[in-house]
Design a protein around this ligand. Sequence first.
Ligand code: FAD
Length: 320
Amino acid sequence: MSDILVISEQRRGTLNPIVGETVTVARELANANGGKVLVAVLASTPSDFTSEVSLAGVDEVIEVALSIPEFQSDVFEAAVLALINERKPAVVLMPHSIDSLGYAPSVAVKGEHGFATDVFGLRYEDGGLVAVRQAYQEKAHVELEFPGKSTVVLTVRGGSFKAPEETSSPAVTSFSAPAVESQTRHIAFHDPEASDGEDITAASCILSIGRGVSDEDNVAQFEELAGVLNFTLGCSRPIADNGWLPKYRQVGQSGKTVSACKIYIAMGISGSVQHLAGMKHVPNIIAINKDPEASIFSTARYGIVGDMFEIAEELKAQVG
Ligand code: FAD
């Protein structure tokens, strides 16, 4: 079969937006090589998401009812393995996420399928699937082939494709997942840090700092600058991961989307797709980076090639 199976994903009742983007690439593959686009919704009440995943290009929604309230890796693994076994798709696409990283590799190994993660380009060449991903700390693009594999499992990078805007009326079917004695247990969601009422998604002016800040001791001067400018302080993921700023200030794919922002100053941020996912819509992006080749400059409206520390001092002097 040459069907493309998309595995949908949701958390706390909200569909992962990458699912829509994944439908787009699934449709492109099906158009190129034939076959149908199937979207499987694995949830305690999958019908809650059926209309949301019924996007243009989807031929069939498969509802897979699970007896768990939220994601558990071994339950998803068993359900997806069984579904692949029954439907025999040529390609299985999942959002590249913390959830899929928990079970996609074992699905690929146990099913002896082809596998690649964080894919942002896909095409057929001479009848074979070619997946594009990055390597060597994002310094090189590599193209992967999967010779001899009748099914290939791929996780798709968010922000790489545009989700369909139109909806459709696909066939809706159901699939019974095998009963699993799960070795994992969902206890609760833990929001690690209270935001003290600060909601970065509601801020109209944000000053965000990235790894260019170099050291935790340097963060304070940018906090001060944000105060002087009356901007809300944001950051890229490495800053939050290092614990230099709280997680609720992180902008991007696994952080916040700064929906209300009108002016975004990015200081010492390279412009990874994951960071852009949370801020590329902002109408006025001002990038400050000492590397003239930094990819943030291709998204920014205004750019300053320079040292963020010197520019911070100058800004403080001008405004303060
Ligand atoms: P770098 O890429 O290291 O860039 C630092 C920049 O600072 C460089 O461009 C450098 O030229 C510049 N610089 C250095 N010194 C100075 C100076 N003195 N003055 C001016 N410029 C200077 N990242 C996020 O931000 N948000 C997310 O939500 C997010 N989610 C992710 C989810 C997944 C599943 C994965 C795999 C990754 C995610 N990432 C996320 C990480 C992302 O891939 C990048 O690693 C990260 O965004 C890089 O952060 P950065 O730009 O601060 O650091």
